[in-house]
Design a binder for this molecule. Structure first.
Ligand SMILES: Nc1ncnc2c1ncn2[C@@H]1O[C@H](COP(=O)(O)OP(=O)(O)OP(=O)(O)O)[C@@H](O)[C@H]1O
Ligand SMILES: CC(=O)C(=O)O
Length: 473
């Protein structure tokens, strides 16, 4: 089985904090795990890292690990009662601090108080409480609830249209980058990124630490949306953070933004992830809602690289069932993708380099002979180009570089093998493909009668070859 073309990423949290569940999730087809550094502490994250690495190694399945930075987000402090019920028209007083007195709501960042004005709309969490600012003082503001709602400890708070004017990375964020680099996280998610320059700042930081962790640009604010092209082109991967986008934009704008970010990401060859409220009703229910099923189906038909679960797996009641449902919907949607759909995306893409043109030809040929593509990759230059062209035949990629295998596993349509244990020293591409073929056969991914399209694209040499053959014995 070639597995899913559209990959699944799971956010870890109390609902998924066990070896057994993480192992079962990988077996179900999860390709990546996200740790949100906004919650928990280093001892909890260390445990998650250990559990994911052990389960991935036991199952011999390259698995990505993503650490999500806090960025300049603003959160509610600690409420004595944990969750506060708010009634329509109730006026609340917000003050700066981790904790506050009775009848006050603490907010952890001063920057909110510097930007709010009377008339601003305030949203808490994913919009569970919406208020209008009615009074602003030096170190407080008051806001009237527009509807009944709830405010929870640690939830995000946003003044619509006001982005905090503070540096992208706090000193804690810099320590978190170091934490992620030291533990060889596959990717770091950069929250509230505003420009290509922001991405370069993080990249320089990682390089300064001698790290090779990739960068995911999280598109979540109007500024990021305005500077989309430069952000996408500077990053390694893009995440459509629908949670924050839904706080900063009118909800009906979200479908357009999602589609535009997908188009931009594919055109720059950056994998794109859709996140948040993927199967949200499954936080409480064992089955998704009809509209969620249709939303996921449509994202898969739009050929995104990955879908990322958040609340469903961090705190939901049914993490495993959610992944099973997601897989079922992805399979159903992928079965109904026509090769022509992929071809029309492919035809619309700029193909500047010889390698781009080669990959285009490779896929046309493989699809026309219904062959499985085999790629042995040492540097990882060709597999992302293949993924960008949305292959509609199985693509089996092997690499002797463990970290490259972990990274590629989130790309559209790639079935990736970590061959670090199978390959001794520097082998030729011919030898690499031979080893990959026998590995894929031993895993039941290839069998007698299959047609394969072996790709030899040698970096450094301008020579690219395709070998078509049927496996006879
Ligand atoms: N490690 C954790 N420990 C406890 N709760 C967690 C943990 N990770 C996530 N959660 C809970 O799951 C919810 C959803 O997770 P998610 O990662 O989407 O965070 P968020 O705070 O909603 O937003 P964002 O992703 O923008 O930081 C969080 O609001 C939090 O309540
Ligand atoms: C995932 C995330 O950060 C968001 O949707 O806002």
């Amino acid at each position: 089985m070639a597995g899913l073309k559209t990959k699944i990423i799971v956010t870890l949290g109390p609902a998924t904090k066990s070896y057994d569940i993480i192992k079962r999730l990988i077996k179900e087809g999860v390709s990546g795990f996200r740790i949100n550094f906004s919650h928990g502490d280093t001892s909890e994250w260390d445990l998650f890292v250990k559990l994911v690495r052990e389960a991935a190694s036991e199952l011999d399945q390259p698995t990505s690990l993503i650490g999500d930075l806090r960025g300049p987000q603003i959160r509610i402090g600690v409420l004595d009662q944990g969750v506060l019920k708010v009634e329509r028209d109730q006026v609340l007083r917000f003050v700066f601090g981790e904790k506050a007195g009775e009848k006050e709501i603490p907010v952890r960042s001063k920057s909110l108080f510097e930007t709010v004005e009377v008339g601003d709309t305030i949203l808490v969490g994913d919009g569970e409480c919406i208020l209008r600012v009615v009074e602003v003082g030096d170190d407080y503001f008051q806001a009237r609830a527009l509807y009944d709602g709830v405010i929870g400890s640690g939830k995000k708070i946003v003044a619509r249209g006001k982005e905090p004017n503070v540096p992208l990375l706090s000193s804690e964020d810099v320590s978190l980058v170091k934490y992620a680099v030291d533990r060889e996280f596959t990717f770091i998610g950069v929250s509230y990124v505003r420009s290509g320059h922001d991405i370069n700042v993080v990249r320089n930081l990682i390089e300064g630490m001698k790290g090779s962790t990739g960068i995911i640009a999280k598109i979540e604010t109007p500024t990021a949306y305005r500077n989309l092209a430069e952000i996408v082109s500077s990053s390694d991967m893009v995440l459509i953070a629908r949670g924050d986008l839904g706080l900063h934009f009118d909800l009906e704008k979200l479908p357009t933004i999602q589609k535009e970010v997908i188009i931009s990401s594919v055109s720059y060859g950056r994998p794109v992830i859709v996140a948040t409220q993927i199967l949200e009703s499954m936080v409480e229910q064992p089955r998704p809602s009809r509209s969620e099923v249709v939303d996921v189906y449509s994202a898969v038909q739009d050929m995104v690289d990955a879908l990322m679960l958040t609340n469903e797996t961090a705190v939901g009641k049914y993490p495993l069932e959610t992944v099973r449902w997601l897989k079922k919907i992805i399979e159903s949607a992928e079965a109904n993708i026509k090769v022509e759909q992929a071809k029309s995306i492919r035809d619309s893409l700029a193909k500047r380099s010889l390698k781009d043109k080669y990959v285009h030809g490779l896929l046309s040929l493989a699809e026309s002979v219904e062959g499985k593509v085999l790629v042995f990759s040492k540097t990882g230059s060709v597999p992302p180009l293949i993924a960008r062209m949305r292959p509609q035949v199985p693509v089996i990629v092997g690499t002797p570089d463990r970290r490259l295998a972990e990274r590629l596993t989130l790309f559209y349509g790639l079935k990736v093998y970590d061959m670090s244990k199978n390959v001794q020293g520097d082998v030729s591409y011919e030898e690499g493909i031979r080893l990959l073929e026998s590995l894929a056969r031993s895993r039941g991914e290839l069998s007698i009668g299959d047609v394969v399209a072996e790709s030899f694209a040698r970096p450094g040499e301008d020579m690219h070859e395709i070998l078509i053959k049927r496996i006879l014995f």
